[in-house]
Design a protein around this ligand. Sequence first.
Ligand code: NDP
Ligand code: 8X3
Length: 251
Amino acid sequence: MKKTALITGATSGIGKATAEIFAKQGFNLVLCGRRQDRLDDLKKQLEGSVEIHTLNFDVRDRDAVFAAVESLPKAFTKIDILVNNAGNAHGLDPIDKGSIDDWEAMLDINVKGLLYMSKAILPQMVERKAGHIINIGSTAGKEVYPNGNVYCASKHAVDAINQGMRIDLNAYGIRVGAVNPGLVQTEFSDVRFKGDADRASKVYQGFQPLKPEDIADIILFVVTRPYHVNIADLVVMPTAQASSTIVKKEL
Ligand code: NDP
Ligand code: 8X3
């Protein structure tokens, strides 16, 4: 029987690339995001050999998260794999100058949104004593960099939640692991810099960043290991990157 994976943040970047590679693998998919046109396009692109269902909700909206999961048609209610990917950075400012709205957005999306999604999906995994959760963390969850303050805090929280989930769900045989990327060229920096495309593109200039497909490939590897193998915590950076602040540029 085909596995079903639910991916949050499937309209762009890492989530979209994961949807594409999961479809090739033959997984049925529940694709989540807020941009309906993109969800529709992706559904059209991928459905055929696999079944696709889309859910449009904001992960910050607790009621909407639970309503969306409850609305799943019968064929999609059994979620084998949850990819908690939706997330973003908002702003890159020193702590004294940062915007409280940006801070709240990051904590609400990256931390609380991930918790709401997990809480909505977990009961069925616990009941079946089966399931696999992949939390998308970041190198920003392993080290703090200048002006990264609250984004880094949100991803350190993901790191802690990933560990906590693995401990608490161990008794049920549910696999939990994090994939923590370094610099990946997606819409991430466009969002961080509020649509300033020039500033966003500079983040990836002078070296070869990761592509969303590089991360999707790793996520596929993680979820296709034999059941007794759980990749608990994986950090992946571009070869040019040694840490959040050390990137070898060719320019
Ligand atoms: P993108 O901006 O390309 O994608 C972000 C995705 O998250 C979109 O599909 C977006 O969908 C969704 N999303 C954002 N906010 C919400 C929300 N409030 N409710 C529902 N969905 C939301 O960025 P990436 O692909 O790079 O980011 C994916 C994950 O990877 C994030 O958790 C990010 O922190 C992490 N990451 C990224 C790195 C990078 O360098 N790019 C490195 C390390 C980690 P929509 O707007 O349609 O709702
Ligand atoms: C995204 C990577 O270094 O831009 O989490 O924070 S970084």
